[in-house]
Write a protein that binds this ligand. Structure first.
Ligand SMILES: [Ca+2]
Ligand SMILES: [Ca+2]
Length: 355
């Protein structure tokens, strides 16, 4: 997956040109759209002043700031109201959804150190009460287990987002990824609480996710504007939705072959203004928060982290299997227990800024 991030330039003349951030994100989008880019290690793109502090590989800085959170079109579910101003501190976010490749690497690391148990049916945490992390029994899961090693199926495997991962699985992954890199894990896997001061990976809060997804397209329906088509995202198109304007309907024609999941390789569409890919569609993304329908009416104005308890964890962004309404940036998926997994559930991680 490194190819998308390692933008390289071939000529000396080009290498001396300092692209501004917008040009860079556009360029990354074009390269991402080409897919399968072969890295040419001749010259690395210099980091410009506008890029700010350099983000960890594969991540982008989401600067601190305020935004209007919620459904300003008044077309969503009641939990998306009222719209309200939220300030979010700076953080780094994965440019892409977590791939099967990274899941395999991290879970193998965790297995080799006795942190998880694995069978062809499931991967479980050996801390806590053995919550299910990955549903390997599901045919739609592209991660495999052969008794000692994790691997990937050919279809929807390498380079595609990991699916069939529970909220517990996404959280445990954050901890193992942190430990792999010598970071302090954020989560206590016996009670699944989060230490917000740790320097490890964690799931984004809903507020972080929505601010990041909106980028410069503040007040818009999608991360790029108000309409959607298959040239912009991997989702399920339907002519009955006025703002779904693509010429192709149903599942994305480029990815709906054989059997589900009809995921696309991460970074197959243009990124948003922050350089984030697939913030609408491909796979829904677990956030850290519990879901509460009335949370927006009472949430703190700065860095809201969700209610203290609940039954369901929030997912965001819609998927290859979602109609356009579910791919809106304001949409909150409302009914997914943390042990549930599906062929359209995935996630991405965040890190505290400057760490
Ligand atoms: Ca997504
Ligand atoms: Ca499942």
């Amino acid at each position: 997956m490194g190819a998308v991030y390692r933008l390289v330039m071939r000529s000396r003349e080009e290498s001396s040109v300092l692209l501004n951030h917008r040009l860079l994100t556009v360029a990354l989008g074009l390269l991402g759209a080409l897919g399968g880019l072969a890295a040419d290690p001749e010259v690395s793109l210099p980091v410009t002043a506008q890029d700010g502090p350099s983000a960890p590989a594969g991540m982008v800085l989401i600067p601190a700031g305020s935004f209007t959170m919620g459904d300003n079109f008044e077309e969503g579910n009641s939990g998306e109201q009222p719209t309200h101003t939220v300030h979010v501190s700076a953080f780094y976010m994965d440019r892409t959804e977590v791939t099967n490749d990274l899941m395999v690497e991290v879970m193998q690391w965790a297995y080799d150190r006795g942190k998880v148990s694995a069978s062809t049916a499931t991967v479980r945490s050996l801390e806590g009460i053995g919550q299910p992390l990955l549903d390997l029994s599901d045919l739609d899961c592209a991660v495999t287990w052969n008794g000692s090693r994790f691997g990937m199926k050919a279809r929807a495997g390498r380079g595609s987002p990991c699916v069939e991962v529970s909220w517990y699985g996404a959280v445990a992954f954050c901890n193992y990824r942190s430990l792999m890199e010598g970071r302090t894990p954020c989560y206590d896997l016996s009670d699944w609480s989060c230490d917000w001061s740790a320097n490890g990976y964690r799931l984004p809060t809903e507020a972080e996710w929505e601010k990041a997804a909106r980028g410069d397209a503040s007040g818009r329906r999608f991360p790029w504007g108000d309409t959607i088509s298959h040239s912009q995202a991997n989702y399920r198109s339907d002519s009955g939705i006025a703002y779904d304007v693509g010429p192709t309907r149903g599942y994305h024609p480029d990815y709906a072959s054989e059997a589900p999941p009809y995921t696309s390789p991460v970074g197959s569409f243009a990124p948003n203004s922050h350089g984030l890919y697939d913030m609408a569609g491909n796979v829904c993304e677990w956030c850290g928060d519990w879901y509460s329908a009335d949370y927006y009416g009472t949430s703190p104005a700065s860095d809201p982290r969700g209610p203290s308890g609940g039954s369901y964890r929030v997912m965001r962004g819609g998927s290859w299997d979602s109609f356009a309404w579910y791919c809106r940036v304001a949409l909150r998926f409302i009914s997914f227990p943390p042990d549930s997994s599906g062929n359209a559930y995935g996630f991405r991680c965040v890190l505290p800024a400057g760490q």
